[in-house]
Design a protein around this ligand. Structure first.
Ligand code: GLN
Length: 240
């Protein structure tokens, strides 16, 4: 019972292999404009700077890119369970994450930004944040930084949700990566950014520690895009 002819079994296993060999699965959290966000004609496609870089990486590897959209704090778990091949999600390279995953070479220099309501006069310096309610994205570098400043940190599944809460006056400030923060700011005239200087962060693509070949492929592809002008043209396309 249950016996398939050998040829059929071979054909089945071959097609399964071919499928996984042809496809490179990238995990992302599409709430992080301009790096990854929902767009396209009907708003149901994940697009952005990271996605275009990831598409070219897949192309250079002779594969098609498949995008898996999930919560930011699920990405490293999904990667280490083999559900995705790599992470392209504005993910900062940190020593804590490097204990669990490998990173490509840095591909973008970033920093954190502080957003408050436009009429806020009490938050002007980092010290002013100490007794304030701060909203962040769960598991982000902003989350870690906020917790070092105050115990009153609320973590949301996206920076966007934190910004909504700020708009509603439920929290005093949002700490989030500068580019997406500025993109939210452009749509929320009732908010402003408070100029503060934080450390520089570098985004990298994360890959399982079991897959050093993919790290090498990604680095080669990135270097090629930097050399042939593709990287620069994507920067001009997405960073306003
Ligand atoms: N750069 C931040 C981090 O790595 C936030 C990334 C994100 O929210 N997509 O934690």
């Amino acid at each position: 019972m249950n016996k398939l002819p050998l040829a059929a079994l071979l054909a089945l296993s071959l097609s399964a292999c071919q499928q996984s060999n042809d496809v490179l699965v990238v995990g992302t959290n599409a709430t992080f404009p301009p790096f990854e966000y929902m767009g396209g004609t009907d708003g149901s496609t994940v697009i952005g700077f990271d996605i275009d870089l990831a598409k070219q990486i897949a192309k250079d590897a002779g594969k098609t890119l498949k995008v898996e959209n999930m919560n930011f704090d699920s990405l490293i778990v999904a990667l280490n369970k083999g559900k995705i091949d790599f992470i392209a999600s504005g993910m900062t390279i940190t020593p804590e994450r490097q204990a669990n995953v490998d990173f490509s070479e840095p591909y973008y220099e970033a920093t954190q930004a502080v957003l408050v309501q436009v009429n806020n006069a009490t938050i002007n310096t980092e010290a002013d944040l100490k007794d304030k309610k701060i909203g962040v994205q769960l598991g982000s570098t902003g989350d870690i930084m906020a917790k070092s400043l105050t115990p009153a940190v609320t973590a949301f599944n996206s920076g966007f949700e934190a910004v909504m809460e700020l708009n509603n006056g439920k929290i005093d400030a949002v700490i989030f990566d500068k580019e997406p923060a500025q993109s939210f700011l452009a749509k929320n005239p009732t908010l402003k950014q408070v100029p503060m200087t934080f450390t520089t962060e570098y985004y990298g693509f994360a890959v399982s520690k079991d897959n050093p070949e993919l790290v090498a492929t990604i680095n080669q592809s990135l270097n090629k895009m930097k050399a042939n002008g593709e990287y620069q043209s994507l920067l001009s396309k997405y960073m306003k």
